[in-house]
Each structure stands twice: as C-alpha cells, then as structure tokens.
Design a protein around this ligand. Structure first.
Ligand code: PLP
Length: 363
C-alpha cells in the first residue's frame, strides 16, 4: 500500500539535497570543530559557514545565531535565561503555545517565584492585541512576552511585527517560537523588534535534532548546559556538524515551494464537505485543522488503516484526551478534529485520494 503522509507539522521528510550536503560531514570530514588540527578546522569552517548562511537568510548577525538540539531546547534556553540572567519577573504568554513553552514557563516560574499570565484570544484563537497592550501597561516588573509565530495545531499566524512594536514600546523582552514558520515564511529579523526566536530544521526538510536559537546581541544570556565553550559559551557540547550543515541547506531550499503547498491546502479545503475549520484556515499554509461530525469519531484510525497518516493535534501531546489548543476554541468539543499538514512532497493526486477515502468511509 502506498502511504500518504499529511503530518508535516509533526515532522517533514529529509530533502535528498540536504542529505547530500550533510553526508561529507558524516563520512569524509569527521572532525571536532574544537580541534586545532586541519580536520578539526574543516568541521569548524562548515559550522561557521552554516551560521553565516542562516544569519543572512534570517536578517541576523552571525553572532546572534546559536545552534541547539531542537526547538524544545531553544525554548527552554530562552525562558530559563530570561528569568535567571535578564531578571524577568513576569511572563505573558498564551494558553495555546507549544508545551515546550508552556511546561517550561510553569517549571521555571515555580522554581524562581516568577508570575505568568495568559493573553486573551478571540473566537478563532488569535491573540487579542488590546489585551496584550493592557497587560504590558499594567505590569511594572521586567516582562518577557512569549508568543508563537504560528500555531502548530490550528495554523493561526501572529502579527509578529505588531507584537514586537508593543514590546518595544513597553520595554518588554519578546520571544517568538518560530518553529512552524522559519523555513516557510521569509523572516527578516533586522526589521523586527524580537529578542529571541526558536526554530527547528526537521520542520522544513532538514534533519531531526538540529535546532536554532536567535538571541539579539543586546541580551547577554548564559549557558544552561555546563561544559565546554562551544557556541561562544552559550551551549556546551560538541557541535552536531552534519545537523548544522543540514539546517543551513534546508533553510536555503525550503521557501520556494510555498505557492505549491498553498494550492494543495486550498484543494483540500475545496474538496471537504460538511466540515468546520478550526482556528483560522487562512493562516499557516502548511496546516489545516478540520472539525468533522461526531459520527466520524474513528476517522484517524480509519484513515491510518487506509495508509493515510494525519493527526489529532501536536505529536508531542498525543496522549491528551483533547488538545490544550482546541480546548481554547468554542465548539471544538462538538466535532472530531483532524490536523492535515502539507509539504512539497505531497501531490494533488494524494489530496484527491484523501477526500475520496473519507467519502467512501462516511458517505
Ligand atoms: N514549537 C512548536 C510550535 C512546534 O511545533 C514544535 C514541534 O512540534 C516544537 C516547538 C518543538 O520542536 P522540536 O521538535 O524541535 O523539539
């Protein structure tokens, strides 16, 4: 059976061109970038070339780019260091952030006696900017705002520029979890007020285990992991050279397929009947969250039997009875909710097959 993979918000397949760029650093150039000899220097050159390339693509300076193991690690670093090193005493976030943000805030807030609050959302899950402004105005402590650029379950996009402007105006630090947008949308950090962003290569056809943290140069944070002086002292541990090379190559290749993927999503929207779309279907072009009638409660299982891989929400929260994101939206308990997420490796024929399979099972 030819399977259809429509769970690209969970992870994407490695692009063969990315693998080609990585292979030499797994085979011919095995050096440790910290070694002073020529084989070590080859590895160092690869890491620093990747850093420059990523910095150029994101409108950042090379010394603002730090490679990590994942989006999760990057989110942890920002939240912990903002409290510990930058004296943040209050965090404003949203109830629909990824658990890599929410659970981290809960943990460090408890540990350091820091408070946090949630910004209000409208009916479709968009951040209410007026409420954010009110909370910033009311708070006279050092604040970190942590709001994701795009939601991984419902695809809502944040007006990152407007949030940045509010944070600048009220002197708050701003972190955006950009794990679902880096590699999918052009992001020019030189034009935005944002102090930190997190990203992850496996969301845009790069390797798993390769993340990024952008730290604007005015924010001196310290390492969470103690050991060597890698990543200019911010992250100890021998660099994942092939993973870093893969990050840069994937970022270089990823964006050009946006119009094609957008069409696939629009095609599925047009083919589905009698459904409701959760969140804002005009948001992230890689994600469509669909509410099917309750009688279709086994749809995930039925589709899986037919070789169609989709999900009920975030892969990291697959044990939850109802997603913490959908719980924030009205009426989502009245439907069976399925996240379809697309990539350049999907085809229109697959979309037709998915729509036909749903029709064949449920009429
Ligand atoms: N943030 C968001 C919005 C995500 O979608 C994910 C992955 O699902 C993460 C963070 C975690 O990234 P990683 O899988 O690299 O740890």
């Amino acid at each position: 059976m030819q399977r259809i993979y429509l769970d690209n918000a969970a992870t994407t397949a490695l692009d063969p061109d990315v693998l080609d760029a990585m292979l030499p650093y797994l085979l011919q150039h095995p050096g440790n970038p910290s070694s002073a000899h020529s084989i070590g220097r080859e590895a160092r050159l690869a890491v620093e070339t990747a850093r420059k390339s990523v910095a150029v693509q994101l409108g950042a300076k090379a010394n603002e780019i730090f490679f990590t193991s994942s989006g999760t690690e990057s989110n942890n670093m920002v939240i912990a260091s903002a409290i510990r090193d930058l004296h943040v005493a209050h965090i404003i976030t949203s109830p629909i952030e990824h658990h890599a943000v929410l659970h981290t805030i809960e943990q460090y807030a408890r540990q350091y006696n820091v408070t946090f609050s949630f910004v209000q959302l409208d009916e479709t899950g968009h951040v209410e900017l007026r409420d954010l402004k009110r909370q910033l105005l009311d708070c006279n402590q050092r604040v970190l705002v942590s709001l994701m650029h795009a939601n991984n379950e419902i695809g809502n996009l944040l007006d990152i520029e407007a949030v940045g402007n509010l944070c600048r105006r009220y002197n708050a630090l701003f972190h955006s979890d950009c794990v679902q947008t880096v590699g999918h949308y052009p992001i020019d950090l030189s034009q935005l007020y944002v102090n930190f962003i997190s990203a992850s290569a496996h969301k845009f056809h790069g390797p798993k285990g390769s993340g990024l943290l952008y730290v604007h140069q005015n924010n001196p944070i310290k390492s969470l992991i103690y050991g060597g002086a890698q990543e200019r002292g911010l992250r100890a541990g021998t660099e994942n050279v092939a993973g870093i090379v893969g990050f840069a190559k994937a970022l270089e290749l990823s964006m050009s397929h946006a119009p094609y993927i957008r069409e696939l999503k629009a095609y599925l929207v047009a083919k589905l009947e009698g459904v409701r779309f959760n969140g804002d279907p005009s948001g992230l072009y890689t994600v469509l969250n669909v509410g099917f009638p309750k009688r279709m409660e086994n749809i995930l299982f039925e589709l899986d039997l037919k070789g169609i891989c989709v999900s009920g929400g975030s892969a990291c929260s697959s044990g939850e009875s109802q997603s913490h994101v959908l719980r924030q939206l009205p009426h989502t308990d009245e439907t069976v909710n399925v996240r379809f997420s697309f990539s350049k490796f999907n085809t229109a024929a697959e979309i037709v097959q998915v729509a036909q399979t749903i029709k064949a099972i449920y009429g």
